[in-house]
Design a protein around this ligand. Structure first.
Ligand SMILES: [Fe+2]
Ligand SMILES: [Fe+2]
Length: 187
């Protein structure tokens, strides 16, 4: 991006993304992620309802609902176009949660570790990009990010890394989560 020689203001060329576009993208992808997250936990709960970790999973799911409410509000207030992929995340999130849980409680927790690690990195980059430019959005991201890290720790405490094939499961889920982020920013 270049600057207007006289005013010193940034000059946007056709096709350049403005800071407002960037923020809309952030809110769109974050809402999409927070929309998918409770679906993952719902899928896990469908399988592990009576398991040892049911209470912990329910608690994490409730926090995800609060994150979603926060980003739903930002989408509405700032008139951001939501992703068109919600129906896909609705199904894919649930399927991922249920499939991991069918492999066992530790695999379900491995899924949580993988997702939360990707989201942590994603939120950290957003926080850096925002710096002081949008305190309201920055705070929403910080709040969610702190919870996501706590979810990762909960999953680690439930022996996520002892799941058979942990590296494979976590690697595949991380790759999927990154693709979901890339898509939800754009469409
Ligand atoms: Fe979340
Ligand atoms: Fe989370």
């Amino acid at each position: 991006m270049s600057e207007d020689k006289i005013s010193g203001r940034p000059l946007y060329l056709p096709g350049d993304r403005t800071p407002a576009d960037d923020r809309a993208r952030m809110i769109r992808v974050d809402q999409a992620g927070e929309y998918g997250a409770p679906r993952i936990y719902a899928g896990q709960m469908a399988v592990l309802r009576r398991g040892r970790a049911a209470g912990a999973i329910r608690e994490m799911a409730e926090q995800e609902q609060r994150h979603l409410a926060q980003f739903d509000r930002l989408v509405a207030e700032r008139r951001v176009r939501p992703t068109v992929l919600s129906p896909l995340w609705h199904v894919a999130g649930y399927a991922l949660g249920a499939a991991a849980a069918l492999l066992g409680e530790r695999a379900a927790m491995a899924c949580t570790v993988a997702v939360e690690e990707v989201i942590d990195g994603h939120y950290a980059r957003q926080e850096e990009d925002l710096a002081d430019s949008d305190p309201e959005l920055a705070e929403a991201i910080q709040t969610a990010r702190a919870d996501e890290l706590a979810h990762r720790d909960t999953a680690l405490a439930h022996e996520a890394t002892q799941a058979p094939g942990y590296e494979l499961i976590a690697g595949a889920i991380k790759a999927g989560a990154r693709i979901a982020i890339w898509l939800s920013e754009r469409i």
